[in-house]
Design a protein around this ligand. Sequence first.
Ligand SMILES: C[S@@+](CC[C@H](N)C(=O)[O-])C[C@H]1O[C@@H](n2cnc3c(N)ncnc32)[C@H](O)[C@@H]1O
Length: 345
Amino acid sequence: MTPNISELHTATVRLSQLKLKQEGNPQKLYEMKPAGPGKGLGAFAIQPIKRGTRILAEAPLLSIEQSEYLEADIQRSFDKLSSEDKAKYFTLHSNHGQDPKNWPSTIHPRTHEAERQRIEEQHNSRVSNKATLLSIFQTNCMEHKNGAAVFMDASRFNHSCISNAFFSWNGNISKETIHAMVDISAGEEITLCYCDALWDTHMRNWALKHYGFRCTCLACGEMVPGSFAAQSHSRRYRMRELQERLDGHRKSLRKFGKVDTAAAVSDAVEMCALLVEEGLFTAELGKAYDDLAVVCEQADDFRFGYAAACKELEVYETILGSDHPEVEGARALVRRLKKKLDGER
Ligand SMILES: C[S@@+](CC[C@H](N)C(=O)[O-])C[C@H]1O[C@@H](n2cnc3c(N)ncnc32)[C@H](O)[C@@H]1O
């Protein structure tokens, strides 16, 4: 598991080679078709898609501004849609019809009224025998600003815990985007990860239960010793630990202006290596490179810090696109470290 440190340095060269990706109006690179028993429709590549390609940029069909919403909030947004969009909304998938036995039957007596109403509404929509405004919203919504939104195309992409694409709201262009995280072959299903990828198998199962399915990806397979599922489980468990440690290092840097450099570098490098091993070229990887860059800067190691910042920029450009607000921050860090590195020479 020893990470290849010299690999980080190659990033300095790669920055200048980053090509402008097709980001304005991406051509249609996928088709929607049945994804297999119980999966409904899914998005499939109709041609090879290179890592970093913007697969989709789409405005919401229906959005709400708050994270803790009631059915009435969705109804208010729905009422504002054109009749054509209202009809479109009801063509989306619904995960109603779930077995009530799979869900708790009581709510804690001290739960306050609004929260109780929210829990009851969500429960009823899951176990109801027909699709409702709320069951469709719950099945298809994605995080959007401080609330959530439903999309005609983005909401059709199915889940995998080892997904090949990454979704994000891009506030600069007011669109949800999906980018290829790895090269995708023609005919391959394009998948997103609906839950926190660093959660272990049990936590992911619990989160996905809310969408009414059990994941059958390689990482969720039978956990016999030596299997990919078993290795993935222990890798993700360790990554969770490292994430907490890295948050601690950041806190220490913010609060006291100092950090245990050797421990922080070792944790960040191990985190990067595990994420790459697991195939998670996600925002967590960008963040781990950022941790590394910031700690190296603090320790006046500008060469290593610059290399890590370049890697961070490359990850964010790949999964978010060069016009994403997060990329602006990464670019500023690269510039700052380059200046400090040049100042040393
Ligand atoms: C956001 S929708 C995805 C598109 C949906 N398949 C459709 O036909 O429109 C989420 C729903 O798709 C299904 N789904 C997504 N990923 C799945 C997976 N890996 N295995 C089984 N069902 C999945 C579940 O029914 C889930 O509630």
